[in-house]
Structure formats: structure tokens, C-alpha cells
Design a protein around this ligand. Structure first.
Ligand code: G16
Length: 541
């Protein structure tokens, strides 16, 4: 084993987005690319001398090789210890849990989340801090700065570390501890939820189908849902993580989890369907004949939280990202809870959770979580729903109908226009931003605008201000649209259009029909079709 100091120079584009650095896999495989970024993380956090890190990934193509690079670089940079998931696997929530439980200084998660994997797919690297959460803005800025000024990186030349079995090993003076990726996480879930009630639900004949989408949640879901809770064998589908996710797109939404949707909308659907994404932090909830939007899911969890042992004493507060529907706001208002609206990105919830201001958080992008860790958590959301169903003994559709009858319904949908020409997408947003001050009081298609803002967030805990987080336009009739460019795509620009309209009376409309006036107003406001040359969104969630 020898320590090498390799001269290098900055590489364009090494700037983390909404959640870490995501690029095409072949970009990460270029000489020095991964090494430059890993060294920049180490330099950006003030070095790793004597520190303990957690390491794991979602099992996608290049995960195993990249993990070995991180280990050799951590050792060469004098880290004391790396705790790594067996076979370099850890779901994002399990990594967050491990960082917190073991008091690690931080962790590196190898994942591009729900983006497809494989040689032609995407790869990603995220850094999480000691609270277990995604690096906040000051840390990502420091990493970006380090990447922009990098001149060398340190790495060992060494054989690969055997990550196939749990246990302790030495890598040139650094301890490598290989751990079972599932055990700690599964124990935490057992502490939070009423496993006896959920087991009894399954014993009563309740049926479940969980689609792990060939991604990292498979081993977790099999161990918890089938082995511990007694869901019938085979309830978890696509349970073995594959490097290319079975050539699928591991994004749990009605488009990419279509097989599951077809089953759940069919005549002999199981009682409950769910799916998770590449790295296990997202979730999709479906009842028999009934899809639950992530925004409604958050609201239902908040309204029923006291049925879950961990939240039996009530919630400290709730938080949602700004584009997420205001369904949870109505629950918060009814329960007298504080409700925060943050920019998109789980990292913005960290301070609220650490400060004990919020217990539950959620995003329209299929993420829900709580203060049990500092990441969103797909399987946790599934268990939360199962706990509610076990206690209330109603169907998913009945629970939703009951919820809307109490609180009214926030019709909601997101329309995505993917792989747009970046300049075109940026011009569309910039033009609209320039017009914001003139919009209130004027009409757009069938609606009149009442407010228009370029969303900025003042963090109530650390006082920081984050600007330019999306254009939020409100219409009369309790409707709004928000537009922003995604920070997780790897090809051109993705324009996200978030549509919402509240209705206290008509609770059973088709969501797209209910939102048609908002969509028409948005088209009138942006001239989106002509400007992008697109007739329809690529993805509707
Ligand atoms: C990430 C972030 C989420 C965010 C989502 C979408 O999720 O962790 O907080 O809502 O991206 O971001 P954007 O709209 O910028 O594409 P994940 O599951 O991809 O890590």
C-alpha cells in the first residue's frame, strides 16, 4: 500500500444541486472526476483527519467501484474510521440513521436517487452532516469552492477492501467497519410503530404489494414487511437491487411505477400498494383504486399521527416545501400547530427538526419524513400508513374521503417538462420573474391573479435567507401555480409546474379537470407551449 498525492485541476460543473452532485455515470467515470469531488468534500468540511464517516449507496452501476475509491481516499486523508454498509449498500434513510446512532462526523451516500442507473444512466454523490441530514447551503458552498480551487488529491494504492461480510478491517491505519445495512434501521422502525397492530392487520387477511423497483429498499422491505410483520411472501416485488434497476426508472410515481398502478386500479387489487425509489427515501402510496398524492399523504399522516406510538403525544409542528400543496396547512391550523414552508430540498428541514420546531416534514416530490432521522424515508411512510390502517380499519379510499370531508380538498398536480433547452427554460422563468410585480389584479386566461412572488425563505432558526426558490402566483378562488427549474436533472433543464386549487365542496373531481383553469392560466401567463415546443408535459404526478 502506498500513499499517493495526485496533482489535479478543477473540473467544470462540480456544483452540487438540490441533493448532491448528479451527473451521467460516464461523466463520473472520467479520470479524476470522482476523486476531485471526494477530495473537495473532504477539503470543504475542513478535512477528515481523525474523523468517522458513514459510507454506502443505492447499489447502482459504479456504486461498488466508487465506494472503494472513497475508502482509499478517506484512509489517505487520515480519517479514523469508515462505517460502510455490506456490499457498499445503504439506503439514504439507513445512512442518516447510522450517522446519528454512531455519532459519526458525516457520511457519503453514492446515489442519484430516483434517476435511472447503468453506464448510460446517472450517478451521484451526496454528503450528509453529523445530524444525519443533507449538507446545508454553507457546507455545499464550501465544497463547491474547494472543487473550484482543487490542485491535488490524496489516495492509497491498495487492493479492494472486502465488503461482503460484516466485521472490522484495517486499511492503512484506518478502521473499516462493514455493517448489516438493514439491522439498525429495522430496529428503529420497530421502536416507532405499533408492529403488533400491523402484524394483526396482516393476520386478518390484509394484502399488500410493495414495489422495490429493483432498488435499495428491497432488502429493507423484505426484512420488515414480510419477515417481521408477516405480509405474505411475495408481497415485496423486485426486491433484489440491480445495478441498472432492471432497466427501469426507480421513481415511485404513477408514470414510472405503472405496473403497480395497473394492479392497484384492477379488479383484484390488494388492499394497499406502495413503492420506493433508488435510494429508499421516496415513497408512493396507493389504495385499491385510489392514488394518494404525496401532499395528501403528508396531510393524512399529520392528521392521524397520534395513532403511532412515536407521535402519540402529538406533533411539535409540521413543515412542507413551498411547492407542496397546502393540505397539511389545514391540518396544522385545525390542530394549532406551527406550519413552515421551505424551499425545495430536504436540507431546509434540518434546522427545524434539530430545533424541535417540526416533527413531520414532506414534499410533493414523494418525500415524507420525521425527526427520527434527518432524511425523508420511504419505508417509514409506508409503515406510518400501515399503522394508521391497522388502527382505523378503514380502506385507503375511505381514509382519504374522510380526510377531505373534514378539511376540504387541495386538488394538486405537478407537470414536468423534461430535457428542455436550458436557455429557453431559463428565459421563460426570467421573463415571468421580471413581470411578477405587475401581475396582481390582472387576469391570466380564466383567472385573476392576487399575489405573485419570487419565493425567498428566511430560516427561523439560523436567520439565513435563501432567495430565488421558485415563482409562486396566487389566483382568486384559492388557487395557485408555482414554477421552478429542477435542481436534480442531468440533461438540459426540467421545468416543474405545480398546480393547486382548494375546494371545500366538490371532493370527487378528477384532479386534472379540477386544475384545468389553473393550467389554462399558466399557459396564458407563460406561453409555455409555443416557447418550449411541447404540447404536453412529459410527466404528470
Ligand atoms: C431531491 C431532494 C428533494 C427534492 C427533490 C426534487 O430528492 O432531496 O428535497 O424535493 O430532489 O428536487 P428538484 O425539484 O430540484 O428536482 P431525491 O429523492 O432526488 O434526493
Amino acid at each position: 500500500m502506498t500513499l499517493q498525492i495526485i496533482p489535479t485541476s478543477p473540473i467544470d460543473g462540480q456544483v452540487p444541486g438540490t441533493s448532491g452532485l448528479r451527473k451521467k455515470t460516464h461523466v463520473f467515470q472520467q479520470p479524476h472526476y470522482l476523486e476531485n469531488y471526494v477530495q473537495s468534500i473532504f477539503d470543504g468540511i475542513g478535512g477528515v483527519v481523525g474523523k468517522t464517516l458513514v459510507l454506502g449507496g443505492d447499489g447502482r452501476y459504479f456504486n461498488a467501484q466508487a465506494a472503494q475509491v472513497v475508502l482509499r481516499m478517506a484512509s489517505a486523508n487520515d480519517a479514523a474510521k469508515v462505517i460502510v454498509g455490506q456490499n457498499a449498500l445503504l439506503s439514504t434513510p439507513a445512512a442518516s440513521r447510522l450517522i446519528r446512532k454512531r455519532g459519526a462526523n458525516g457520511g457519503i451516500i453514492l446515489s442519484a436517487s430516483h434517476n435511472p442507473g447503468g453506464p448510460d444512466g446517472d450517478f451521484g454523490v451526496k454528503y450528509n452532516i453529523a445530524n444525519g441530514g443533507p449538507a446545508p447551503e454553507p457546507v455545499t458552498s464550501a465544497i463547491t469552492q474547494a472543487a473550484a480551487g482543487i490542485t491535488q488529491y490524496c489516495i492509497l494504492t491498495a487492493q479492494d477492501v472486502d465488503l461482503s461480510q460484516p466485521g472490522l478491517q484495517d486499511l492503512h491505519g484506518m478502521e473499516v467497519e462493514v455493517v448489516d445495512p438493514v439491522a439498525d434501521y429495522a430496529s428503529l422502525m420497530e421502536e416507532l410503530f405499533d408492529f403488533a397492530a400491523i402484524s394483526a392487520l396482516f393476520q386478518s387477511g390484509f394484502t399488500l404489494r410493495f414495489d422495490a423497483m429493483h432498488a435499495v429498499t428491497g432488502p429493507y422491505a423484505s426484512a420488515i414487511l414480510e419477515d417481521r410483520l408477516g405480509a405474505s411472501p411475495g408481497s415485496v416485488l423486485n426486491a433484489v437491487p440491480l445495478p441498472d434497476f432492471g432497466k427501469g426508472h426507480p421513481d415511485p410515481n404513477p408514470i414510472w411505477a405503472k405496473d403497480l398502478m395497473d394492479v392497484m386500479m384492477g379488479s383484484d387489487a390488494p388492499d394497499f400498494g406502495a413503492a420506493s425509489d433508488g435510494d429508499g427515501d421516496r415513497n408512493m402510496i396507493v389504495g385499491r383504486g385510489c392514488y394518494v398524492t404525496p401532499s395528501d399523504s403528508l396531510a393524512v399522516l399529520a392528521a392521524n399521527a397520534t395513532l403511532v406510538p412515536a407521535y402519540a403525544d402529538g406533533l411539535k409542528g409540521v413543515a412542507r416545501s413551498m411547492p407542496t400543496s397546502q393540505a397539511v396547512d389545514r391540518v396544522a391550523e385545525a390542530q394549532g400547530l406551527d406550519c413552515y414552508a421551505t424551499p425545495t430540498g430536504w436540507k431546509f428541514f434540518g434546522n427545524l427538526l434539530d430545533a424541535g420546531r417540526a416533527t413531520l416534514c414532506g414534499e410533493e416530490s414523494a418525500g415524507t419524513g420525521s425527526d427520527h432521522i434527518r432524511e425523508k424515508d420511504g419505508l417509514w411512510a409506508v409503515l406510518f400508513w400501515l399503522n394508521i390502517l391497522a388502527k382505523r380499519r378503514m380502506s385507503v379510499a375511505e381514509i382519504l374521503a374522510d380526510h377531505w370531508a373534514r378539511f376540504g380538498r387541495n386538488y394538486y398536480s405537478r407537470h414536468d417538462y423534461e430535457a428542455l433547452d436550458t436557455a429557453t427554460a431559463e428565459a421563460l422563468i426570467n421573463d415571468l420573474r421580471d413581470r411578477l410585480p405587475t401581475l396582481p389584479g390582472t387576469t391570466a386566461g380564466p383567472l385573476t391573479m392576487t399575489e405573485a412572488e419570487d419565493f425567498a425563505y428566511d430560516d427561523p432558526v439560523d436567520g439565513s435567507r435563501t432567495t430565488g426558490q421558485g415563482l409562486n402566483i396566487r389566483f382568486d378562488g384559492d388557487a395557485r401555480v408555482m414554477l421552478r427549474l429542477s435542481g436534480t436533472g442531468t440533461e438540459g433543464a426540467t421545468l416543474r409546474v405545480y398546480l393547486e386549487r382548494f375546494d371545500a365542496e366538490a371532493l370527487d373531481l378528477d384532479a386534472q379537470a379540477a386544475l384545468a383553469p389553473v393550467a389554462a392560466a399558466t399557459e396564458a401567463l407563460t406561453n409555455l407551449r409555443a416557447r418550449t415546443g411541447r404540447d404536453a408535459p412529459d410527466v404528470i404526478t
